[in-house]
Design a protein around this ligand. Structure first.
Ligand SMILES: NC(=O)c1ccc[n+]([C@@H]2O[C@H](COP(=O)([O-])OP(=O)(O)OC[C@H]3O[C@@H](n4cnc5c(N)ncnc54)[C@H](OP(=O)(O)O)[C@@H]3O)[C@@H](O)[C@H]2O)c1
Length: 201
């Protein structure tokens, strides 16, 4: 299969197209034909830290279709459209095929494109863990999202609104319209105002 292979130290181009054998899924894994993959900070940070994925293929956030399933897989069948985060499972998304445990994946809704789905898993799960699991945001609470225009922040604004909060986003001037379009009730431009000095809470 075609893949974007990582060449550690000493190589002028750290990522280069190349051939790699398609992965063979274990009993609890599925083989996915990758339709879209997005680059996340996890990719470049792992690269900077000198981490080498097991098959020299980065790419955490993926969306694609199940090609085949291992013996003990019960959640998916061939043909299912899925999305998932492979950062805890050796990466491998920057390739035509990737193998992943079934518990790293979720079914992709028909209404969501493969491209949108591939841009979702890691940043959106981070926002969900923060807004729902850690903060336990409740209707009527006031929530401030510092970095509302970023990968995590764009999801956090939408999730805080979904859980019923009054949301204030903090971003740069060029992103004010975007933060508002995501549903924020108020927007603070961090180049003009330091929200930590505001009397509001
Ligand atoms: N991405 C992930 O999946 C992920 C996963 C786990 C943890 N994290 C952590 O979550 C944090 C955000 O990551 P990210 O990927 O969302 O980063 P990002 O896409 O680079 O977004 C960061 C945002 O912060 C905003 N910002 C910069 N200076 C600011 C300031 N002084 N006040 C308020 N906002 C400011 C920027 O807004 P403007 O663009 O408007 O300047 C930018 O959009 C990081 O600490 C990261 O390590 C991220």
């Amino acid at each position: 299969m075609n893949a974007l292979l990582y060449h550690p130290k000493g190589h002028p181009d750290k990522l280069a197209y190349g051939d790699a054998p398609a992965p063979v899924p274990a009993d609890d894994e599925v083989l996915i034909r990758v339709h879209a993959v997005s680059l996340n900070a996890a990719d470049y940070r792992s690269m900077k830290m000198g981490m080498i994925p097991k098959r020299r293929i980065f790419g955490a956030d993926i969306a694609g279709r199940i090609e085949s399933v291992g013996k003990s897989v019960s959640l998916f069948k061939p043909g299912d459209a899925v999305l998932g985060d492979l950062s805890n499972h050796g990466f491998g998304g920057l390739a035509e095929y990737a193998a992943a445990p079934e518990n790293a994946l979720a079914l992709k809704p028909e209404s969501v494109s493969f491209e949108d789905a591939a841009a979702t898993p890691l940043a959106a799960m981070t926002a969900l863990q923060a807004v729902r699991d850690q903060a336990g945001v409740q209707p009527g609470q006031r929530v401030l999202i510092a970095g509302s225009a970023g990968g995590v922040g764009t999801f956090a604004v939408q999730l805080a609104k979904y859980f019923g909060a009054e949301v204030t986003g903090v971003c740069s001037p060029g992103n004010i319209a975007q933060t508002r379009s995501l549903g924020a009730d108020h927007v603070i431009d961090y180049t003009r105002e330091d929200f930590t000095k505001s009397a509001q809470r």
